[in-house]
Structures are given as structure tokens and as C-alpha cells.
Design a protein around this ligand. Structure first.
Ligand code: 6R9
Length: 652
């Protein structure tokens, strides 16, 4: 992204521009959030329903690392997302609209009152199965109403949910169950994606050959054939028979855990990022309210999956705490045809659409006709999340989908941040295609160089490029890595003492707009999904024919980044296309379809320094087709290797 794209796209006409906050209000509120975080957050927290309202706000330190928010408050987030709307006479408002994978199958709409009934039934069933407060419950569900209900039911009884995305393999499920010692699983028989059946229960069965749990609750969805294990597996529709019509919300301390969500890091196995109740509730309620500028009665649609943090914060907790109507979609953007998204927007009169650059690019490639044949005049706000959006895709999104009329919010945040951190606000800020914009209330970004020298601070208006840190805690910040606080400290607070390091590179321009340039660690972003290169490498070397592997990202037109694997084989093994295919399938089975390598290049050896370190920089450059700037290769143990690697790359 270059300076050439720094054009300002003005705040849209008053008719569509946001009303949640003007530029003056943003400045005033941002200023207050920094100068008086106590007063500011106490005021935001008042929109929630607390059992005991907090008197304390942020009580934190980044050195040593200890993070608490609203620590003397008690509440239940499920009560805030569901019950209180019903109690306030909004029980007949629609909470969820389910659009199934099959476009002619029935749409399901659930009012807040009905959602309450469903959550109470699921919560009662979990209690009947034996789930208790503090237990970890693994949720492996398709994008259905029951997926959302399962999360809320856990929150209601104080159980900690750990949602595992349906695209993960049995091994990945087993690893996550084991890591947090989860005794319970909620899954469906199968999921549907573009008419393909995803064998969810069969995957759970395979995972449970490696780890054991006390109970599995199975929701019937497709009606497909599955195996049930006596004593362990229970059909939801059977076990829920006759559960009490009420199930009170358990009172939680603000710092009691709400959920664990596994995310890839630069080393080793995925980390169980832990979020707690009160701060996360306030953060998701407040960010949803200001970023999406939701107005009563509107249909809001976030196309993420509940298996990712975007689904947690902006399908479930953010919208529902605001009493919004959220659409959930089980299918994929190109089934049955490339206009599925636009058909849905037209059919349900969606006002706010929140999706990912990878989907935007894929749909853009199919041409404008798919879009223009539908009436998209209901759209009032467009959002983007998950990876940097290239200005070309941004323009298409705004001009072709948004008819150059609506605001676009490009929201930068992470699993660890719980909610949006950097974004423009629809009625306040002019937009710049490709820039996430300005910090949200309470957020203090700082750009530092590799040695930690401060290059740009939010309160000093300078331009700079470097590594993005956040210098003060915010309510939605992750509290720890489940079971491994040292790893939490090590990963996020050890690079730059006293600061939270995001792992992202970033440029701040002279207008104070932030441009995320991508990960600066060994994490790659494939279709908006975070993937640790180390994870893919570990999977590859588990194969009996593989001796060593190095994995890097490379630019991919649709996915943002693709997965490029350099593989060396054990002595006597011959590389060929069949083996490449076998290795691709191998990684799919080990981690899941989302980790499928895009390219495998066999090489007799990997480029290493004399001390044996793999020179990833060189491998990255070669995968990027950028041979002119390989830099110094003289420190390589075997510099002649590089020519072979380049030749191999060109031959692919
Ligand atoms: C919410 C989510 C986080 C990583 C993050 C960054 C990238 C997310 C972005 C963005 C540029 C945006 N990222 N949003 N980069 N612009 N608007 O995606 O969480 O899955 O944890 O990924 O995604 O690199 O560090 P998560």
C-alpha cells in the first residue's frame, strides 16, 4: 500500500452517514477515554445490566502482566444478550434470522422471547448432563441457531465455551479438548457448506479416540447417519425432554472466564486465548454500538463463522447485547451461484454487511453483473475484517456493492483484543481505502522499531512505519493463555516491555490514519484465517517420507496469502506429483481443510546459516517470485542451494 492511495473519501451524506458519533463527538469522547478511563468506562458499563454494578474500572499492569476490569462487578452476559430485552418488553423483536445453505429451504426467525426459551432449554440440558460452572465445553457446530444457543447456554450457567471451527480436523479438535481439559462437547450430526456435508459428529468420534470426555450433546441438523456411543453421547432432542421451563442465569464475577478461543501463534501449538465476562461484555456492546451504528429494526449480517472471534463478538455478543436482529448464514458465498450474498441482502433487506476481504475479492472476480442484478438499496453500512483490504477491493465493495453511497468501516482487531480496536466511525471519519483508520475509544496505539524505539505515538502527530503496539489496557483485552500465563507474557509483552505487541506491522500517516501492513511474525493470514507456519511444518514432518519442511506465506490473489511449503524428503524417497498431492491431503487431515498447502516445492536441502538456522527470509522472497532482492546469501552454509530453489520455483 503506497502513499498514492491516501485519498480521503468523505463521510457520506447525512442520509446514510452514521449517527452514533460525529467527528466532534469522537474527538471529545476519545479524549475523555484517554484522560479519564475510569469515568469513561464506568459510564459505558452502565448500559449493561449488572447484578452488582462495578465501582472499579481498569486495574492493570503490562509489567508485570495483570489485567482486571470492573473487578468488583457481577453480571451474566447471557442475561444482557437475551433476558433483559424480553424483560423490557422487546421479546417480540427478532433476534436471529437463519438463512440455510440450501436457498430454497426454510428461513427460520427467532424472536428474543423464543431465543430465551431455546437458551433455557439448552442450558437446562447441559445441567442435566452434568455440566457445572467453570467446566470447559467444546462446541463444534455448523452456523446454525443452535450454535449461537450453545454459546449463550454455556454463558448462562457459567461454563466456559471453547468453540472449534467446523473446518478443523479430528486431531485439531482432540488437541483443543486436551489442552483445556474439556469434559463436554456439543456438536451437530453434520454441517452443510455449498451442498457438501461436513461430518461433524464423525470428526468428534475420531477425536475422542485420542482423548476422552464425559458427555457429548448431539444436535440433529441434517438428519444424516451417525454413530452414537452409549453412555457418552446424547441426542439433544431426547435429553432436553422435560427440562424445567426456567434456568436462572448464574451470577458471574466480571473476571470469571467466559470463553477460550484457540488461535495460531508463531510457534508451536495454538494458544487458548482466554476472555473474561465483564470487560468483554462492555467492550463488545460498546464497539458494536459505535462502529456499526445499529438502528432499531435493521437487519445486520456478519458473514463470519462462530468458530472465529468475529463470530463471537459480532454475531453473538455484540449484536445481541444491543438488541439487534442478526442474520446467520450456514452456506458459502458461491453456492448455488456467485450472487448468493447479494441474493441474501436483497431477500432479507440487510442494512449492515460485515465480511472479509477474501470474500470481497473472490466475488469481485466474478464480475459486477452478479451484484447489479439485485436490489441492494437496503444497505446502509459495509464492514471489512480479517486482513488488510487492498484499495481495489475496497473501491469495488464501496462503489459496486455500496453504490458509492454508504460508509465502509475497515475494522482492525484480533482474537486477543476481543473487539474492534482501529476503525473509522461511520458518521465521524472520512475514509481512506486500505486504511483501518483511527483508534477506537480507549485505545492507545504506538509504532515502534525492532529495538523498541518509539516512532509514532497517538498523542504526537507524526508519520512512521514499524511494529504496532498498544500501550494501555482496554476492557476487551484477553487476560491470559489458558493454563499458560507465561506463554501469554512471553508472546505479547516480552518484545517491548510494558506494551502489548500485536504481531502486526503498521504505518501511521500524517493524518493519524493507521495502515496495517500484515503480520511481522511467522503467522500467515490465509483467507482471513490465522495460520502458524510452524503448525503446518509440524504436520508435514509427521509424514513418514518427510525429513524437513519450511513453510512461508506468499501473495495470493483471492486468499491474501497462500501457503507455500518447501519440503526435503528422507534418503531414498523420490519427489513427484503424487507425493505432493499426498502431502497436501496429509496436512488437511492433520490440521483441517483451511490449512491445505497451495504449493509444495521439493528441495534436496533447506537454506541454512552455518549455525543451522533456516533462512526464512530467502524462502519468503523466492516464494514471492522476488529474486532480485534476496539480500546477503553469503552467510548460507551452502549458497549454491539458492539457484536450485529459484529454478524449482520457476518450474512450478
Ligand atoms: C478479527 C480477526 C487477527 C489478525 C491481525 C491482522 C489481521 C484483522 C484486519 C487485519 C488489516 C484489518 N487483521 N483485521 N489486518 N486490516 N481490518 O481477524 O482476528 O483471526 O485473531 O486475526 O488479522 O494481521 O493481527 P484474528
Amino acid at each position: 500500500m503506497t502513499q498514492a492511495h491516501d485519498q480521503l473519501v468523505p463521510v457520506p451524506d447525512a442520509a446514510v452517514a452514521g449517527t452514533s458519533c460525529t467527528l466532534e463527538q469522537y474527538r471529545e469522547m476519545y479524549g475523555r477515554s484517554i484522560e479519564d478511563p475510569h469515568g469513561f468506562w464506568l459510564k459505558q458499563a452502565q448500559r449493561l445490566n449488572w447484578v452488582a454494578p462495578p465501582t472499579r474500572v481498569g486495574d492493570w499492569s503490562f509489567d508485570p502482566v495483570r489485567i482486571n476490569w470492573f473487578a468488583d462487578g457481577t453480571l451474566n452476559i447471557c442475561f444482557n444478550a437475551v433476558d433483559r430485552h424480553v424483560n423490557a418488553g422487546r421479546g417480540e423483536d427478532i433476534a436471529l434470522i437463519f438463512e440455510p445453505d440450501d436457498p430454497v429451504a426454510d428461513v427460520r426467525k427467532l424472536t428474543y422471547a423464543q431465543l430465551l426459551e431455546e437458551v433455557v432449554r439448552m442450558a437446562g440440558t447441559l445441567l442435566r448432563m452434568g455440566v457445572a460452572k467453570g467446566d470447559r465445553v467444546t462446541i463444534y457446530m455448523p452456523m446454525t441457531i443452535e450454535g449461537v444457543v450453545a454459546m449463550l447456554a454455556c454463558a448462562r450457567i457459567g461454563a466456559i465455551h471453547s468453540v472449534v471451527f467446523g473446518g478443523f480436523s479430528p486431531d485439531a479438535i482432540a488437541g483443543r479438548i486436551e489442552d483445556c481439559a474439556s469434559d463436554w462437547v456439543i456438536c451437530a450430526d453434520e454441517g452443510l457448506r455449498g451442498a457438501k456435508r461436513i461430518p461433524l459428529k464423525a470428526n468428534v468420534d475420531a477425536a475422542l479416540k485420542k482423548v476422552s470426555v464425559r458427555g457429548v450433546l448431539v444436535v440433529r441438523h441434517t438428519g444424516g447417519e451417525i454413530d452414537m456411543t452409549e453412555g457418552r453421547d446424547h441426542w439433544y432432542h431426547e435429553l432436553s425432554q422435560g427440562v424445567p421451563a426456567e434456568c436462572p442465569c448464574v451470577t458471574m464475577n466480571a473476571e470469571d472466564p467466559l470463553f477460550i478461543l484457540y488461535t495460531s501463534g508463531s510457534t508451536g501449538k495454538p494458544k487458548g486465548v482466554l476472555h473474561t465476562t465483564g470487560g468483554y461484555a462492555v467492550w463488545t456492546e460498546t464497539t458494536f454500538r459505535y462502529v456499526f451504528d445499529y438502528r432499531a429494526g435493521e437487519i445486520y449480517w456478519c458473514t463470519a463463522d462462530i468458530g472465529w472471534v468475529t463470530g463471537h463478538s459480532y454475531i453473538v455478543y455484540g449484536p445481541l447485547q444491543n438488541g439487534a436482529t442478526a442474520l446467520i448464514f450456514e452456506g458459502v458465498p458461491n453456492y448455488p451461484e456467485h450472487d448468493r450474498f447479494w441474493r441474501i441482502v436483497d431477500k432479507h433487506k440487510v442494512a449492515i454487511l460485515y465480511t472479509a476481504p477474501t470474500a470481497i475479492r473472490a466475488l469481485m472476480r466474478e464480475g459486477d453483473d452478479w451484484v447489479t442484478r439485485h436490489d441492494l438499496s437496503s444497505l446502509r453500512l459495509l464492514g471489512s475484517v480479517g486482513e488488510p483490504i487492498n484499495p481495489e477491493a475496497w473501491r469495488w465493495y464501496r462503489d459496486v456493492v455500496g453504490k458509492s453511497r454508504v460508509p465502509v468501516v475497515d475494522t482492525w482487531w484480533q482474537t486477543e483484543t476481543g473487539g474492534v480496536m482501529i476503525t473509522t466511525l461511520p458518521g465521524a471519519h472520512a475514509m481512506k481505502p486500505g486504511s483501518a483508520g483511527r483508534p477506537f475509544f480507549g485505545i492507545r496505539p504506538q509504532i515502534v522499531d525492532n529495538e523498541g524505539k518509539v516512532l509514532a505515538d497517538e498523542d504526537k502527530n507524526v508519520a512512521a512505519e514499524g511494529n504496532l503496539c498498544i500501550t494501555a489496557s482496554w476492557p476487551g483485552q484477553a487476560r491470559t493463555v489458558y493454563g499458560d500465563h507465561d506463554r501469554f507474557v512471553q508472546t505479547y509483552f516480552s518484545h517491548y516491555k510494558g506494551k502489548y505487541f500485536t504481531g502486526d506491522g503498521c504505518r501511521r500517516d500524517g493524518d493519524g490514519y493507521y495502515w496495517i501492513t500484515g503480520r511481522v511474525d511467522d503467522v500467515i493470514n490465509v483467507s482471513g484465517h490465522r495460520m502458524g507456519t510452524a503448525e503446518v511444518e509440524s504436520a508435514l514432518v509427521l509424514h513418514e517420507k518427510v525429513s524437513e519442511a519450511a513453510v512461508v506465506g506468499y501473495p495470493h490473489d483471492i486468499k491474501g496469502q497462500g501457503i507455500y511449503c518447501y519440503v526435503t524428503l528422507k534418503a531414498g524417497e523420490e519427489p513427484d506429483d503424487d507425493l505432493a498431492r499426498e502431502l497436501r491431503n496429509w496436512v488437511r487431515t492433520e490440521i483441517g481443510p483451511i490449512a491445505s498447502p497451495d504449493h509444495i516445492q521439493f528441495t534436496p536441502a533447506l537454506p541454512k546459516t552455518r549455525s543451522g538456522k533456516i533462512m526464512r527470509r530467502i524462502l519468503r522472497k523466492i516464494a514471492e517470485d522476488d529474486y532480485g532482492s534476496l539480500g546477503d546469501t553469503s552467510t548460507l552454509a551452502d549458497p549454491s542451494l539458492v539457484d536450485g530453489l529459484i529454478a524449482g520455483r520457476k518450474n512450478r
